[in-house]
Design a binder for this molecule. Structure first.
Ligand SMILES: [Zn+2]
Ligand SMILES: [Zn+2]
Length: 443
């Protein structure tokens, strides 16, 4: 079209030149100067018009070339039509990258020490832009590398649950977000957004306060064609039972097993509703938390669910074409880490089998009887004894003791009938993460 305009422009210019020359020839003396002026302005006008037109033409051409390239790229990607889910091996932590047709979302970013690993992994996948960044909850093994990720990539929306922590890790994420001119978006159950052609729906947290920080975890269901994935962060029985009771559509082909396979998550009722074909456990080799718990692995095994685990498989990649899901590796084992404790006590293994049978009951009953509410931290609530932030802050530096066989943690190594020589020392936060409950006698 612009070529045509150019041709017309040239023709008009030539005609004008000829007319002007004829005019000048006829009125040589009288109108010489006027004629010259007219001719010059005409020529200038035409030159300006043509150059403007041709440069515009160039821009248009470039844009149309670009958009053609973009279209062909998207057609190319569209023909692939896949949702790729990378459960990145970040040891005892979570970091999951979802890619659909050039759109990227990262759920959690591993521990602080995983910052570089996560960044490099994303770069290797060609990620420059994260449309969505989700910090499921403010524990270090989930948001540790988040500040680094925020500083390293173009970031769209940052999802974080409505709960704060006073840890340095959390502050780093808050500052990185602010410095980038972004802010946290708090999730609401039922909210949904698109990652390319994949539909993401928020299923949890529903309540405004929970006893455990883990239950604040943002739970997202991602649907792609006929396939679906469930991402649960560290959601425990309380949150799981809430989702079950709310009659949410929990059905998913792939379940990211909650809380690294801890016995406080993946309660039977929840697992039944999700009814997955595959499960992925993000867990560190020989971790101190005894994750994954044998009870959880037994539940998965009894339902013939193929389990993929980062401690055995490394990074697990699931690729969906909207109909079928393929994994980059063979399923892992159903071997729990419950018995591979550092504790050498022979009674550990005997008791762990009894704790298996009671673990579901514990989780269920704790979720049903959950009446204690924890006030959320407001900026000046550091003195509230029940605030999550404070208890969390305390837990980080606080040492607790766990008996060789018990399910509780204690503030002293000789609580009750506990054998102080066999008591295991642990960080309180770690003990909570591992699913231990505070002893009622000493707490
Ligand atoms: Zn956690
Ligand atoms: Zn965790």
């Amino acid at each position: 079209m612009f070529q045509l305009m150019n041709t017309v422009g040239v023709l008009v210019f030539i005609v004008c030149m000829l007319m002007s020359m004829v005019f000048l020839a006829k009125r040589k003396d009288k109108f010489k100067n006027i004629g010259k002026a007219v001719l010059t302005s005409f020529a200038l006008f035409l030159v300006f018009f043509m150059s403007g037109c041709s440069s515009k033409d160039k821009v248009e051409n470039k844009t149309s070339k670009d958009s053609k390239a973009a279209i062909s790229d998207s057609v190319k990607d569209k023909s692939l039509g896949t949702l790729k889910v990378h459960y990145i091996d970040v040891g005892q932590a979570d970091s999951i990258l979802l890619q659909q047709n050039g759109h990227n979302m990262l759920i959690d970013a591993g521990n602080n020490e995983d910052s570089n690993l996560v960044k490099k992994y994303l770069q290797d996948q060609g990620v420059t832009n994260l449309e969505f960044l989700v910090g499921t909850h403010p524990h270090e093994d989930h948001i540790g590398g988040m500040d680094y990720v925020i500083n390293s990539f173009k970031i769209g929306k940052v999802y974080m649950p409505k709960v704060t922590s006073t840890t340095k890790t959390f502050r780093d994420v808050v500052n990185a977000t602010k410095n980038k001119g972004l802010k946290f978006t708090n999730p609401n159950v039922g909210d949904s957004f698109k990652l390319g052609d994949a539909k993401c729906t928020i299923l949890s947290p529903k309540s405004s306060s929970y006893k455990s920080l883990n239950d604040y975890s943002i739970v997202i269901k991602v649907e792609f064609g006929e396939n679906s994935f469930l991402f649960t962060g560290d959601a425990q029985g309380t949150s799981e039972m809430e989702m079950v009771k709310a009659n949410l559509d929990l059905k998913a082909d792939v379940l990211k097993v909650g809380h690294h396979g801890s016995r406080t998550s993946t309660v039977s009722n929840f697992l039944e509703k999700v009814n997955p074909k595959y499960a992925v456990v993000s867990v560190g080799k020989d971790n101190d938390y005894r994750h994954p718990h044998q009870g959880v692995m037994d539940r998965l095994k009894s339902k013939n669910i193929n389990v993929y685990r980062t401690d055995e498989n490394g990074t697990v990649i699931a690729t969906s074409d909207g109909k079928t899901i393929k994994f980059n590796c063979k399923p892992g084992s159903y071997k729990g880490n419950s018995t591979s404790s550092k504790s050498s006590s022979s009674s550990t293994s005997v008791n762990s089998s009894t704790s298996n049978s009671s673990s579901t009951k514990t989780s269920n009953s704790s979720s049903q009887n959950e009446t204690r509410t924890v006030k959320q931290e407001s900026t000046n609530s550091s003195n509230q004894s029940s605030s999550v932030s404070e208890s969390n802050q305390n837990k980080v530096g606080e040492t607790v003791w766990i008996s060789a066989t018990g399910k509780k943690y204690h503030s002293r190594p000789d609580c009750g009938r506990m054998n102080p020589n066999k008591a295991r020392k642990m960080n309180r936060q770690d003990a909570e993460n591992a699913g231990y409950q505070p002893c009622k006698k000493c707490y």
